[in-house]
Write a protein that binds this ligand. Structure first.
Ligand code: SIN
Length: 494
């Protein structure tokens, strides 16, 4: 029974060579000690795609020990040697772009065109950090006493844990692992329960690229809590990087405190998308659609609240509702589809709950509003008007294809509304007034600000949040910092 062919009849698959059903430890396919497995399910059809081993704390400890052994030699390779292996890995990912994209769409439901983009996006982190790894330099610092010299070294922290989400099954792994590997760390990856297959394919490609066994390990598990506890409490792990919800991030931080690990946390968002009255409205509509509906609204940086100035409200809302009503819904494997299923029934129920709460409190539906006629995990792309701050959609991360639209009078009100949240990841606004652009950008309490643009993430920019949206930055020249220790050497007696 072959994966994919079973489910999609005549649809031609190219990913079968990248489907693996075991965990990956020390360069070998590995079962769980308990023999337990769990199902990976296609969110579009509800069918089981594969079963993978359900690893426990003891299995995770084994993987950590393996990564620790591998660290002893990996850290001693030259930056240039590691660069070459990472470049090989990058190239293999590019060569397998369609196969990886199809696999990702199968297990996450992401529209195929977006999965194709994610493969390039994910690969770009490997190329970028392969290069950066060659530029990790220490200093010779001016000495305060003539018989001493002061020198700094940067060294890899050691074994790192990467706990990654289902919404970007590939790119969130490479955004964490590429800087780790480039500077000489080894990794234990715990991919989301929903999307382990992409992680396993990536790990196999790392081996094919020549990256030594034990440097990249993938621990598949359905019970993230037990594995997360081992990864956070085990003293061998020196750094943990997590992308996911704020409550889970807080728990991982607490658990990491006993061993004083470095932590990077990319947590929830509640992004405002502000449209000022001097904006190019057509561009703002286009930006709002791409920001809100990317990955069916399931990204941490999706526009969560659309705030529109009173004078342009009618024009914006009419054009926005029109654009949203034209978004095609269906299985991500259909290349014409813009909106796929949400990840599972629980997500669907949460979204419906948010919409119902808004409608009960006086909002009105301009587009959509309920589950899609396709059934299963499909929800109609939805636009809600007349939304106010007391509604749940104003406060919670929606993570679905729902766009609540608010109005505001002036800049002060827009900024107050935008900052009225414990989150501080991404924010966006559209304006053609240069002084306003500067002033508003400076006052937004967010780690990232998109100005007249709806998509902001790439490998060269520092991605991350403030407030309860997280700690640390990923991507960019800053993205290696948390994988390095700074050592100061004082040479005396000269
Ligand atoms: C995320 O939603 O966690 C990441 C989004 C991105 O990289 O653009």
């Amino acid at each position: 029974m072959t994966l994919g062919l079973l489910l999609y009849g005549n649809w031609e698959m190219s990913f079968e060579h990248l489907v693996f059903h075991k965990a990956w430890v020390n360069g070998q396919w590995t079962e769980s000690n308990s023999g337990k497995t769990f199902a990976v399910v296609d969110p579009a059809s509800g069918h089981e795609l594969a079963r993978v081993p359900d690893l426990d704390a003891q299995d995770t400890r084994n993987a950590i020990n393996v990564a620790d052994q591998a660290f002893k030699s990996w850290k001693n390779q030259t930056a240039k040697e590691r660069f070459q292996l990472l470049k090989n890995w990058h190239q293999l990912i590019i060569d397998n772009q369609p196969a990886l994209a199809e696999l990702m769409t199968m297990e996450s439901g992401k529209p195929l065109t977006e999965s194709m983009d994610e493969v390039l996006y994910g690969a770009s982190f490997i190329e970028w950090f392969a290069e950066q790894g060659k530029r990790i330099d220490g200093d010779v610092i001016q000495t305060p006493s003539s018989d001493r010299r002061i020198i700094t070294l940067k060294q890899p922290v050691g074994v790192c844990a990467a706990i990654t989400p289902w919404n970007f099954p590939l790119a969130m792994i490479t955004r964490k692992c590429a800087p780790a590997l480039a500077v000489g760390c080894t990794v234990v990856i715990k991919p989301a329960e929903a999307t382990p297959l992409t992680a396993l394919a990536l790990a196999k490609l790392a081996q094919d690229a020549g990256i030594p066994d034990g440097v990249v390990n993938v621990v598949t598990a359905s019970h993230g809590k037990e594995v997360g506890e081992e990864l956070t409490r085990n003293p061998i792990i020196k750094k943990i990087s997590f992308t996911g919800s704020t409550p889970v991030g807080k728990l991982l931080m607490k658990q990491s405190a006993d061993t004083v690990k470095k932590v990077s946390m990319e947590l929830g968002g509640n992004a405002p998308f502000i449209v000022f009255d001097d904006a190019d409205i057509d561009a703002a509509v286009q930006g709002a659609v791409t920001s809100k509906y990317r990955n069916t609204g399931q990204t941490c940086v999706c526009a969560n609240r659309i705030l529109v100035q009173e004078g342009v409200y009618e024009e914006f809302v009419t054009k926005f509702a029109d654009a949203v009503s034209n978004l095609a819904v269906g299985p991500g494997t259909n290349p014409d589809v813009a909106i796929g299923p949400v990840i599972n029934q629980a997500a669907l129920n949460k979204i419906q709950g948010l919409v119902d709460d808004a409608l009960n409190r006086g909002a009105k539906t301009l587009v959509g509003g309920t589950t899609h006629e396709l059934g299963g995990n499909f929800f109609q792309p939805t636009v809600l008007a007349g939304v106010t701050s007391d509604m749940r959609v104003a406060k919670e991360e929606i993570f679905g294809p729902i766009a609540p639209v608010f109005t505001f009078k002036d800049d002060q009100e827009a900024i107050e509304l935008a900052n009225d949240t414990e989150f501080g990841l991404a924010s966006y606004f559209y304006s053609n007034n240069l002084p306003r652009v500067w002033k508003v950008a400076e006052q937004l309490e967010y780690g990232m600000v998109g100005l007249n643009v709806g998509i902001i993430a790439n490998e060269v920019a520092p991605f991350g949040g403030i407030k309860e949206s997280g700690l640390g930055r990923e991507g960019s020249k800053y993205g290696v910092d948390d994988y390095l220790e700074l050592k100061y050497m004082c040479l005396g007696g000269l």
